[in-house]
Design a protein around this ligand. Structure first.
Ligand code: ATP
Length: 274
């Protein structure tokens, strides 16, 4: 290895830096609702984390804080691998996919995916290759000129994912992205997201109510407890199997679902006998 290469390579320490470190974060809204209290979470590069929890336990609030979209009442949040702007927020390293695709109906697929680049002052000509690449990642390369009204619910969500990916973020935050879709479409999109995770090396935090979805997708599950929201359990999920249709019917998947389900029931204050 030449000296130049030695210098260019990130140090071992830099490579190992986490993407997000939340330390005892609390969030109280002006209404007086305490959405989070003492939430700590460290997100390492390359992880696929499912944030699983009952309705109203603060999953979306936590995700928005991780995205730098909401201020915190107490505690500390840091993005050790990101460039931090003058407001103390990470710049450009985070993509966000919401529950609704939130596409502009008057713009084509291309125009919708262009938006984050346009906001950064990048011309359409400069952006073209990146948009084409992002659309190809979600298998929509042939739909660049289509309008949202011409797409199915699943395709609209894939456009939304392409829009989140076009800036090449290190971290992809997904807030119950497939909750409104039918089961078969949801399973297909689960496979798309897994393929994306494996091929790009992106880190994913995926909010879901679904034990089955979390057990299928993630290599780490963080279960949240409600009122106020905080981490109840945090465990890795490893499997020797490829996550595909065979995995869905395997004993390993059944056990993963059981573990996540048990933890969720505990977080909700119940017991298995209930
Ligand atoms: N902007 C806001 N102002 C006041 N209270 C809010 C606001 N956003 C969320 N909350 C409250 O904070 C708590 C946590 O909400 P949040 O949406 O983060 O939970 P969640 O786990 O994502 O819920 P769900 O699974 O139903 O989407 C809830 O009690 C909610 O009503």
């Amino acid at each position: 290895m030449s000296l130049a290469e030695t210098k260019a390579a990130p140090s071992k320490e830099a490579r190992k830096r986490p993407l997000v470190v939340m330390q005892s974060v609390s969030k109280v809204f002006s209404s007086g609702t305490t959405a989070l209290s003492g939430m700590s979470l460290t997100v390492e590069s390359g992880e696929f984390i499912s944030l699983l929890g009952p309705s109203g336990c603060g999953k979306s609030t936590a995700l928005r804080i991780i995205a730098g979209l909401g201020d915190i009442t107490a505690g500390k949040i840091d993005w050790p691998s990101s460039r931090i702007n003058s407001k103390g927020l990470p710049e450009g390293d985070i993509g966000f996919v919401f529950q609704e695709p939130t596409l502009m109906p008057w713009k084509t697929v291309f125009g919708n995916v262009y938006l984050p680049l346009k906001l950064r002052g990048i011309s359409k000509a400069e952006a073209r290759d990146r948009i084409t690449e992002a659309l190809a990642t979600v298998n929509l390369q042939d739909f660049a000129d289509a309008y949202p009204r011409e797409l199915s619910g699943g395709m609209k969500m894939r456009v939304s994912i392409a829009r989140a990916l076009v800036t090449k973020p290190k971290l992809l935050l997904m807030d119950e992205p497939f909750a409104a879709l039918d089961e078969i479409t949801r399973q297909k999109l689960n496979d798309d997201v897994l393929r994306l995770w494996k091929t790009t090396g992106i880190t994913v935090i995926f909010v879901t109510h679904s034990v089955f979805e979390s057990a299928y997708l993630s290599n780490r599950i963080v279960v949240m407890k409600a009122r106020p929201g905080r981490v109840h359990a945090d465990f890795p999920l490893t499997t020797s199997l490829e996550r595909d249709s065979h995995y869905r019917t395997s004993e390993q998947y059944r056990q993963a679902c059981e573990k996540a389900s048990r933890s969720l029931i505990e977080a909700m204050g119940g017991s298995e006998e209930h």
